[in-house]
Design a protein around this ligand. Structure first.
Ligand code: PAF
Length: 273
């Protein structure tokens, strides 16, 4: 695997290829990322990953500075997964001047759920992903379904800007007890780690209640109360239409989405029903 830090080197390395398959990341890689890289390998003629902790998608009080940076470990994992090229720019390379030109995704999709609790988050995500797409010029890009709303927001951006990129979804990778793999899991104390599986359990209970005919608002309130009683601070637990994350309508494929804080750590999860 080649590791490049500049856009010029990246373009030079990619020049011979017609169909780069791309997995953008913020590093601190776990098996969820590695599954996306393996998936990407089957989709293109060269597999590219990026590692860039994107300041633009962190709110002022969030964990940008303490976000785990584990470059040597990440590089070894990508190499073992068969990644061909790693693009790891520093901030001066990707944002040489303040990135005042930004991508604002539509409020109807991006200002609800995560966007409501993390205002500006998807502006930061879309802006960096647009820029990474411009650097890598992939034909395929793989995004995980744990960040379900992110996947939809990026798909919509690609469609609206007619970017020649196929956005492929990767399934959520889970630990043995069902906890969705996430870089933020490493912040959990042993007791919190044992408790963390309850987010997924609450989403499954919520889905079961909605499937049994309980009004979604009642089932969502119960799910939040269920977690709050165990000491969590839930932001939202909800069942939505998969296509646009609007409230469910009969007969349409649904997804249960949740975000809740356990101690100092905010976890999210998504389960397609
Ligand atoms: O999902 C992530 O890790 C980030 O939001 C992404 C897509 C790499 C953009 O910084």
């Amino acid at each position: 695997m080649h590791v490049v830090h500049t856009i010029a080197e990246l373009r030079e390395r990619l020049a011979p290829f017609r169909r780069p398959a791309f997995v953008p990341t913020m590093g601190n890689l776990h098996d969820g990322h590695i599954a996306l890289v393996r998936q990407a390998r089957a989709l293109g003629d060269v597999t590219v990953a990026s590692i860039f902790v994107n300041r633009l998608q962190f709110l002022p009080h969030e964990d940008f500075d303490r976000y785990p940076r584990t470059f040597a470990d990440d590089t070894a994992k990508l190499q073992a997964a068969g990644c061909d090229l790693l693009f790891a720019p520093d901030e001066a390379e990707l944002y040489p001047q303040p990135q005042t030109c930004k991508v604002h995704p539509p409020a109807a999709l991006a200002d609800l759920l995560e966007g409501r609790f993390r205002p500006g988050f998807y502006v930061g995500v879309c802006t960096v992903v647009m820029k990474l797409f411009a650097c890598v010029q992939p034909r395929v890009a793989v995004f995980g379904k744990k960040d379900y709303q992110q996947l939809l927001v990026i798909r919509d951006m690609v469609r609206q800007f007619a970017l020649p990129i196929e956005v492929v979804a990767g399934e959520v990778e889970r630990a043995g007890d069902g906890l969705a793999l996430s870089s933020r899991n490493r912040y959990l104390s042993p007791a919190e780690r044992a408790e963390a599986v309850q987010l997924q359990a609450a989403l499954r209970d919520l889905a079961a209640r909605v499937a049994a005919g309980m009004p979604a608002a009642d089932a969502e309130a119960q799910a939040c109360a269920q977690l709050a009683a165990r000491g969590w601070q839930p932001d939202y637990l909800t069942v939505r239409r998969r296509s646009d994350l609007q409230p469910p309508a009969a007969g349409e494929p649904l997804v249960a989405l949740g975000a809740a804080r356990l101690g100092a750590t905010r976890l999210i999860d998504a389960i397609e029903l």
